[in-house]
Design a protein around this ligand. Sequence first.
Ligand code: G6P
Length: 608
Amino acid sequence: MCGIIGYVGTRDAAPILLEGLRRLEYRGYDSAGVAIQNGAGLQVLKLAGRVHALKERLGREPLHGTSGIAHTRWATHGAPTGRNAHPHRDCTGDIALVHNGIIENADALRAALERQGHRFTTETDTETLAHLIEDAAGATLEDRVIAALAHVEGTYGLAVMSAAQPGKIVVARQGSPVLLGIGDNELFVASDASAVLEYTRSVVYLDDGDIAVLTPTEYHVIDSDSHVQLREVDDVTWDLAAIELGGYPHFMLKEIMEQPDTVRATLRGRLLFEHGTARLNGLNLPPEACAEIRRIVVVACGTSWHSGLVGRHVIEDLTGIPVQVEYASEYRYRRQLALPGTLTIAISQSGETADTLEAMRAARAAGSRVLGIVNVVGSTIAREADGGIYLHAGPEIGVASTKAFTSQIVALVMLGLYLGRQRGLDEEQGREIVCRLAQLPQLVSRTLALEPQVKALAERYADKPNFLYLGRGVNFPVALEGALKLKEISYIHAEGYPAAEMKHGPIALIDANMPVVFVAPKDAVYQKVLSNMQEVKARGGRIIAFTSEGNGDLSALADQQLRVPATLPLLSPVLTSIPLQLLAYHIAVLRGCDVDRPRNLAKSVTVE
Ligand code: G6P
């Protein structure tokens, strides 16, 4: 949610900043801007719209200089206009800054600053920071930033420059991700590693409360107690190719097609065939701690919440431990029940979702051990959790999550298997699950081969205004996820429902104009789902059935049927979700939507 990048070095800053913004655009893309420091002080160019529009403007009106900061925005306070775009400035023009996060006491600060004579030019919360720094006492920019932030409540990843101190960027972090990129005679600050990977693999992740000071040749980090800190330099392990389109028209399609590899990467080195269990070294969950678990609470948002719902079925089935799955944004504000034996699992692709992070912190404060199931290595949730499972699915750039979802399910199955084997799941059953997990990458490839048929379905139904997605049991969350995919990238209204619960309301919507997508692989509720299909058919609904190989012919009921490969029912969501991803993708493309950057959305939601 908002991307920031800054550069100090010896090269021309603007192209580096623009390239960084392009990579960060998935974080927000309603406006963009840049501030470049040169002989004429700090020069700012900003506009409403995408980074490519900023690039075009800079092509016509170049700004040259060897240091600068830049921003791509997802609006919270103030409309997405050119005026509200970052960087923001103080009254004198000495300060320019870019910010990711929310200043919660901005209204009170603004009123006080205006009373003191400050002139505001935007509707944003961020502008208060520029005026606070303008007024703050201190010999250096970092002193003034520290003094200003003492008045601020809220979250920030912040990069500040002063015309009076050229070649320096001051960075601050509280609740919003920021890292430093360490190059040769050049330094970077960015919201994530993708923005700097072209120039360096060495990064320093900042902690909350940190202030960092960057000049071309030197950086230092000051912690919240004003002590200069040595921070570990981490190596980014993935390649630039992972964040390039590689011949695909969209990141979403690339990421859907990568799933045989990403599922394989999540499984790699973790299956113990002989013992019928999983090796999850990062869990930090010794057998005594496993034995003490009385309940599991999953906290997550969006697609990750859907994988949590799949995880509930899987873990309850394999372990007998009750699992509750909570929207992180709701859970964090509920009374935290300090029940002994609670294990909290935060699921997050980005590892930065503000509500998930806060829900995890609230659970920990109530005495729970917390685990993270996270894709982005080094992210805040990964670092704050007591242990967890990395997905190793590689960077996910398309705003609609796809490969992270299937890897999350695989990780949850391995967790269920690991816990289950310590709580009565027998070795034979364990071995069966391990074997079936190992077959998944190949089955995912076979499922992806259905693409031409899914595309034909998309052509048939792309003009429909509403869709209903129905499933039961472990595939009910897949129905929710299928509906979410369609609505977020094609803007078609879509609802996911438990197939039987449909009778209690949504059935009233069914007519010949309403496509109803059934997720119906072979499992214990398959016959029940067939009855639900009959109910739709009897009311003239159009039925698209995603079933599995080995199930009988559905042509008497369904208008179209597609078959994914058969697997264990608990693993079926990994396969059934894939044609739904492809269906949403192709419908969105046919409707001319911006698949990778759907309107109003952002990939990483770092504000609550
Ligand atoms: C945003 C994204 C979704 C994602 C959700 C949770 O809404 O657009 O794709 O599922 O955030 O993100 P997380 O990184 O915590 O999984």
